[in-house]
Design a protein around this ligand. Structure first.
Ligand code: GAL
Length: 459
């Protein structure tokens, strides 16, 4: 069993990056809104997260992304750390309101220059930049006009992608158009737990429709402008298991599976929304008036980014609108879990990788995020996090198994280089390989960071 890779009487398996071959891409990731800080400096406009964080009760501890890890000023040192740990890829996102403060129209030259410096520094250090175009920090000015619910989104997003492609396309070949469209549309426009805090079907359905269109359109723009581009987009996914064998629980699991795992990849691959199995999604037809949308939601991505943080167990619950399903929390199931209460299950990760690799049209998979939060503490200048080491070891072994069985997985990017602003969870949820003291900005490499370094170097 993959969760216990070395039974007591056999020596532990030596796991090193070389098992994945010399071309496998090992990276680490961060995101503008979670790391940069400098939220209203150097010409940057406000993002929906800057505004959301100011609303009472939205973020744990009333934390705000105003300074975060101060990556805007410390990026050179942080890139050196990524390099020292042995990573080859550095994935980061561009803050849309930093380069277009009003979302469209006027360009902020200082913002443009910042990403040139960041990219140049990556290249100087031999780190391959993977650039995410949208990691959830929509310009607040566009939210005023409806944000992702507006049909104008395609126009705004096209303008933004064109600007990024023209500016940086000469140096950046690897692009990720959207980060987790299901995550930001559902948490932000249906459940109200993330920025901009909207709720209800009348927001959610148009947001889904516009995100699916923008994603494909972004891909087309990059293809046109950036010679030799390697273009992907990143999906969240979670294996969904019924709590019991009852037909009600199984149907509930199937409904949730459609939302969590199929809603965005299927239109991307040209199959339209998976509405035949879920009557509610027929409403997307309202926004999807003709065949031309199905066609426009398709784009031939070079790679699909997979981000799997936990499996989900569900039972039928008629009181829950839309899905009529509720989650049976990992903590109540007494399974191993992270500080977020997310089940740790490397076998499930293995199955997810196999499943996505079997989709017709998926050419290449990169695990564009993977990681776990634990209650880390800095004691005597060090951070001991054996659970995170176990987590990575088990998940990387699971990935190796999927790959050896034929899944075309070409890279793994660890979430995240350093502890950062974890959205509605604030600064308490620590996912980093590097510990950050948010009062002093002192960075301390965790034991898991050293473990990764040794894994990557083969020591
Ligand atoms: C992902 C998200 C990241 C990070 C991570 C851990 O969904 O893309 O920004 O927050 O989850 O929760």
């Amino acid at each position: 069993m993959i969760n216990h890779p070395h039974p007591p009487d056999t020596p532990p398996q030596r796991l090193t990056a070389s098992l994945f071959g010399p071309d496998f891409l090992w990276g680490t990731v961060l995101a503008a809104a979670q790391n940069e800080g400098a939220w209203n400096s150097y010409g940057k406009g406000a993002s929906i997260w800057d505004n959301f964080a100011r609303r009472q009760g939205k973020i744990k501890g009333a934390d705000k992304p105003t300074v975060a890890c101060d990556f805007y000023h410390r990026y050179k040192d942080d890139l050196l750390l990524a390099k020292a740990l042995g990573f080859k890829v550095f994935r980061f996102s561009i803050s849309w309101p930093r380069i277009l403060p009003e979302g469209t129209g006027r360009v902020n030259k200082e913002g443009i220059a910042f990403y040139h410096r960041l990219i140049d520094e990556c290249l100087k250090l031999g780190l391959v930049p993977y650039v995410t175009l949208y990691h959830w920090d929509l310009p607040a000015a566009l939210e005023k006009e409806g944000g992702w619910t507006s049909h104008l989104m395609i126009r705004w997003f096209s303008r933004y992608v064109t600007l990024c492609a023209e500016e940086y396309g000469g140096k950046v070949k690897d692009w990720i158009v959207l980060n987790e469209p299901f995550g930001f549309t559902t948490l932000g426009y249906m459940l109200g737990r993330h920025a901009p805090g909207k709720t209800g079907l009348s927001n959610w359905l148009p947001a889904i429709h516009n995100a699916a269109l923008a994603q494909a359109e972004g891909g087309r723009i990059l293809r046109k402008i950036v010679a030799g581009a390697h273009i992907g987009t990143s999906f969240s996914c979670s294996e969904v298991m019924p709590h019991t064998d009852s037909p009600e629980d199984q149907q509930a699991a199937k409904r949730l599976d459609i939302l969590l795992n199929r809603l965005f990849i299927e239109p991307t691959l040209g199959n339209g929304f998976p509405r035949e199995d879920f009557r509610l999604l027929e409403k997307l037809e309202l926004h999807n008036k003709s065949w031309k949308y199905t066609e426009r939601m398709q784009f031939d991505f070079d790679f699909i980014g997979i981000q799997n943080y936990f499996p989900v167990v569900v039972r039928y619950n008629p009181l829950i609108p839309i899905v009529q399903a509720s989650e049976v929390k990992a903590r109540n199931r007494k399974v191993p879990c992270t500080a977020m209460g997310w089940e740790i299950n490397a076998d499930s990760f293995y199955r997810i990788l196999k499943r996505f690799s079997l989709y017709e049209g998926v050419k290449e998979i990169i695990v564009t995020e993977g990681g776990a939060a634990f209650k880390d503490e800095r004691v005597n200048g060090a951070v001991s996090d054996p659970q995170r080491i176990d987590y990575f070891r088990d998940y990387l072994l699971a990935m190796l198994r999927a790959r050896d069985e034929g899944a075309n997985i070409t890279g793994y990017f660890a979430w995240t280089l350093m502890d950062n602003f974890e959205w509605a969870e604030g600064y308490k949820a620590r996912f980093g390989l590097i510990y950050v003291d948010f009062k002093t900005q002192l960075r301390t490499i965790k034991d898991s960071g050293y473990w990764f370094r040794d894994f990557l170097s083969g020591h």
